[in-house]
Ligand binder design. Structure first.
Ligand code: ADP
Length: 918
């Protein structure tokens, strides 16, 4: 202790004298600068010890105390810090030899018995106590540090164990012989060993020789290199591989010697499996990508290719690797293609939506067409990481589409062509004149084949060596234009016999030359036209024949009428003369009947030919069905009764009104009745019924005669149709009656049906005629009024070149009381009229020299002859003939052979009071 330092002496003692004595002793026994702090009790001494002190050392000198003994004091001091807070010297009563060692063990640094107190001893004791206390304090401090470090080491060990046990990885350490001396819980659980079992075990015992060898290799690498290695290790658990990623490193002692290998192994089996699956998937995808014909390419945000499938090589001729990490533009792809791809990729990144593209590329094999989509690919965070382009080569598809379109177009072309050919064919077949067919052929050929000019030339044989030409021009062409450029296409028209009947020629095809197809089309059209021309020729000749037949029938009827006229007149004369009796009278009656029959045949023949030529005019009037039946019965009754048939009538009691020509309808019914009489063996039964059924008047004529066989039924109404030509001719007729009946009924808007159960089963003919409307008054009856006054005698000039006809007519008129003169030609007639001034002139039309029309016209031209009644008496009886005679100036037209009654009726209507010249 340096002399300058102050020693603070805490002096505890109950006796103040003792304390003073001790102060004196210490002062005299030492050279220290001492500062004395006195305490008269143990408690205050303890407080002083704890009170903060100034600099310098302290020491407690404890003399005997009243409140606590030295042991107690020491206990309390030791409680405070483990050692006394400052050096303690206890002054014991007596020599202190007994108590002293106890006090030292209790923590005092020294003691002095009162008996020995001297300045020197006290100073030595104080000094010894100070040294001893300092040594104890150091010892105590070291002990504390040691304890703390041991506690820390234990904590670290616990922590380490916790960490390695808590780690999911397997942690272990093996000594140089490969014996485990440290393992964590995970390791032990994995291999199924307790800590005790694990300690000292080797890899061979745990995993078997093969695996142990692999593991040992890694351990040796660690040992030889002295460094950390990371290796994949594989062990087997129940035959299944378990993969680890192991970090292995050496453990080194303080001397730097490696004494162990420590390892941390993480089980990466599932990671490896996932990785393997991922790799397999990637391989799969790669295979797929490389083998799909589509181009797959992935772009990053900088528009660089990060993946390209093998198909790109087919398109660009460049390997996929060449694309990776470069943008289309950097790759030097054509600008339009780069733009197309880059814009689409940008848009996909920007909009987050797939973009479609179409582009063409001049690939090494030629121009190819692509379509594709650029699709954004989202990462797990939802951000677009890449854009995948899927590009499809549409070239073949487009080509196929084009092929299909071309085929469709061709098909449409041929369909149109066929339709136009069909139309042309229809038109040509509908035409029945050569001119029309030539026109249609020319027009259609030009239009269908698109020529500028078409010409058809026909050489018509049979109708004279006439040449027919038809020309068709394009809309903008003119007949005087020079012939259009390009080749001509000429095809012959061939008749049925193979003879050439003309040609059709086209000039100026739409594309210059004509094709083989054009020729085929034109030949087809020419063939159709040839058939049409042949048909037209046949139809024309048929028409011609038909026309000649009608002409012949009309002439025949007319010529038959001429000889009938004198016969009728003669018979009338015989009747009126009343001279014939007995067989002669019967013969005359018979002749009259046959004449009627003959006249009807002639009339029917004429009617049929007229109806065929559409030359019949009906005199329609509102008439009753009853009137029709009366008229019919009147003319048919003789035939019915003549054959001894019974006639049964079922007639409506109320008048049934129809619109019709009375004469013609009576002719219809009478014809049916006559047939019934004709085709029913004598003594048969004929029924005539007439009634209203719905909107029609229905007339039925039923007989029980020969009947009609089923196959003939549908044909009985055909012209000249007869069921059995072997039947007696006198009954047979010509087979025109029913044809005429049907035509007349149809002209009235009605219909007729024939029924028969078969031969000998009788027949039924049903006529249906539309009823007339309910309104309207019955028209004045046109029928000849019964009891009409007979003509007053007058002068009649008869002019006919048929001498017998003229003579017989004159005789008959004479018998009727008229004055008659006869001439045989027109000139004589005019003479006679001029000189004799007849009241009536009965004039034949077909006269030699002046015809009847000429005579009539001349007479009518003379006002002096205005009052003469001019009557045409002729074999020409058609409406046309009647109109013509009326135009020539005739007042009446009578058809030969003229009935006496009809003649009388005409003469009776003559104006009686005409002034006569003579
Ligand atoms: P025709 O002059 O031969 O009588 P139609 O035209 O009047 O000519 O009749 C045609 C044919 O129909 C007759 O030839 C006859 O065979 C048959 N026919 C007509 N009416 C009857 C009938 N009532 N019964 C049986 N056959 C009939």
């Amino acid at each position: 202790m340096k002399n300058s330092d102050v020693l603070r002496v805490l002096l505890a003692g109950s006796s103040a004298g003792d304390r003073q004595w001790i102060i004196e002793l210490l002062k005299s026994g030492s050279s220290w600068r001492c500062e004395f702090i006195e305490s008269d009790s143990g408690e205050s001494a303890l407080q002083q010890v704890q009170a903060p002190g100034g600099p310098g050392e302290r020491i407690l000198l404890a003399a005997p105390l009243a409140d606590m003994d030295a042991m107690r004091l020491l206990d309390r001091l030791l409680d405070m810090q483990g050692i006394t807070p400052c050096p303690v010297v206890v002054i014991t009563p007596g020599n202190g030899l007994e108590l002293g060692p106890v006090l030292l063990r209790a923590g005092a640094q020294d003691y002095i018995g009162e008996e020995w107190l001297s300045p020197y001893v006290l100073a030595r004791a104080v000094d010894n106590a100070r040294v001893r206390w300092a040594m104890e304090r150091d010892l105590s401090a070291r002990d504390d540090a040691l304890q703390r470090s041991e506690a820390f080491a234990r904590g670290v060990q616990r922590l380490t164990q916790t960490i390695i046990d808590g780690a999911g990885a397997l942690v272990f350490a093996k000594d140089l012989e490969g014996r485990y001396f440290l393992t964590n819980r995970a390791w032990r659980e994995r291999v199924g060993l307790s800590e005790q079992q694990a300690t000292g075990i080797t890899d061979e015992a745990v995993y078997g020789a093969q695996v142990a060898q692999d593991l040992r290799r890694n351990d040796e690498q660690v040992l030889s290199s002295g460094r950390l290695i990371v290796a994949e290790e594989t062990t087997y658990q129940q035959g299944r591989p378990v993969h680890y990623l192991s970090s292995k490193f050496p453990l080194v002692d303080e001397a730097g010697r490696t004494y162990a290998v420590c390892g941390v192994s993480t089980d990466v089996t599932s990671l490896k499996q996932a990785q393997a699956a991922l790799q397999a998937r990637e391989r799969e995808l790669q295979t797929l990508a490389d083998n799909t014909p589509d181009i797959l390419t992935r772009f990053d945000r900088e528009l660089r290719h990060v993946f390209v499938s093998a198909a790109i090589e087919r398109m660009t001729g460049r390997a996929p690797q060449a694309f990776i990490g470069r943008t289309p533009r950097e790759l030097g792809l054509p600008a339009d293609l780069s733009d197309c791809w880059e814009n689409a990729v940008r848009a996909a990144f920007h909009a987050g939506q797939a973009q479609t593209v179409e582009f063409s590329y001049q690939s090494p094999g030629g121009l190819r067409h692509f379509s594709g989509r650029f699709v954004p690919e989202f990462g797990p965070e939802g951000a677009i990481e890449h854009v995948l382009g899927v590009l499809h080569d549409d070239t073949e598809q487009k080509r196929a589409e084009q092929d299909i379109n071309r085929l469709l177009e061709e098909e449409r072309h041929y369909t149109r062509l066929l339709a136009r050919m069909a139309q042309a064919s229809r038109k040509m077949h509908a035409s029945l004149s050569a001119d029309e067919i030539a026109q249609v052929l020319t027009q259609q050929a030009r239009e269908i084949l698109g020529a500028r000019r078409a010409v058809t030339r026909l050489t018509l044989e049979g109708t004279g060596a006439r040449t027919l030409q038809a020309v068709a021009l394009a809309d903008d062409a003119h007949p005087t234009d020079p012939p259009p450029p390009g080749t001509l296409l000429t095809v012959p028209l061939t008749g049925q016999g193979g003879q050439q009947i003309g040609i059709v020629q086209l000039a100026g095809g739409p594309y210059g030359d004509f094709t083989a197809e054009d020729r085929a089309v034109l030949m087809q059209l020419a063939a159709i036209a040839s058939t049409g021309l042949e048909n037209a020729r046949l139809v024309a000749s048929l028409r011609e024949a038909d026309h000649r037949k009608d002409e012949f029938l009309a002439t025949l009827a007319h010529e038959l009428r001429n000889p009938l006229a004198p016969i009728r007149n003669g018979l009338e004369i015989l009747r009126r003369s009343g001279q014939l009796t007995g067989p002669a009278a019967r013969a005359r009656d018979m002749m009259e009947r046959q004449l009627v029959h003959m006249v009807r045949l002639v009339d029917d023949l004429l009617d049929v030919s007229r109806i065929s030529r559409g030359k019949v005019d009906l005199r329609l009037a509102r008439i009753t069905l009853q009137a029709v039946l009366d008229n019919a019965l009147e003319s048919s009754r003789p035939a019915i009764e003549g054959s001894g048939h019974s006639l049964v009538l079922h007639l409506a009691t109320e008048p049934v009104w129809i619109e019709g020509d009375l004469t013609r309808l009576a002719q219809v019914v009478s014809n049916l009745l006559n047939n019934a009489a004709k085709y029913t063996p004598a003594g048969g039964r004929i029924e005539l019924s007439a009634q209203v059924e719905g909107t029609h008047a229905v007339i039925r004529v039923t007989d029980n005669g020969t009947g009609i066989c089923a196959d003939m039924l549908p044909r009985v109404f055909d012209l000249f149709a007869q069921v059995d030509r072997t039947l007696e001719r006198s009954q047979g007729g010509l087979g025109i009656g029913l044809s005429l009946v049907k035509k007349l009924v149809e002209l009235h808007g009605g219909d007729i049906r024939a029924e028969s159960a078969g031969l000998s089963q009788g027949s039924r003919f049903t006529v249906r005629l539309p009823l007339a409307g309910p309104e309207g008054q019955p028209p004045p009856c046109l029928e000849s009024e019964p009891g009409a006054p007979s003509a007053t005698p007058c002068r009649v000039l008869v002019c006919d070149d048929n001498v017998d006809g003229a003579e017989s007519l004159s005789l008959m008129l004479g018998l009727l009381g008229h004055e008659v003169r006869t001439v045989h030609d027109g000139a004589q007639a005019l003479d006679a009229v001029g000189t004799w001034r007849p009241d009536v002139v009965l004039l034949d039309i077909g006269l030699p020299g002046l015809s009847g029309y000429d005579v009539a016209q001349r007479l009518r031209a003379d006002p002096a002859m205005a009052g003469v009644l001019l009557v045409a008496v002729t074999g020409w009886g058609t409406e046309d003939d009647q109109r013509r005679s009326a135009r020539a100036g005739f007042d009446h037209h009578l058809t030969k052979p003229v009935e006496a009654a009809a003649l009388e009726a005409v003469l009776a209507r003559r104006k009686p009071d005409r002034p006569r010249a003579d």
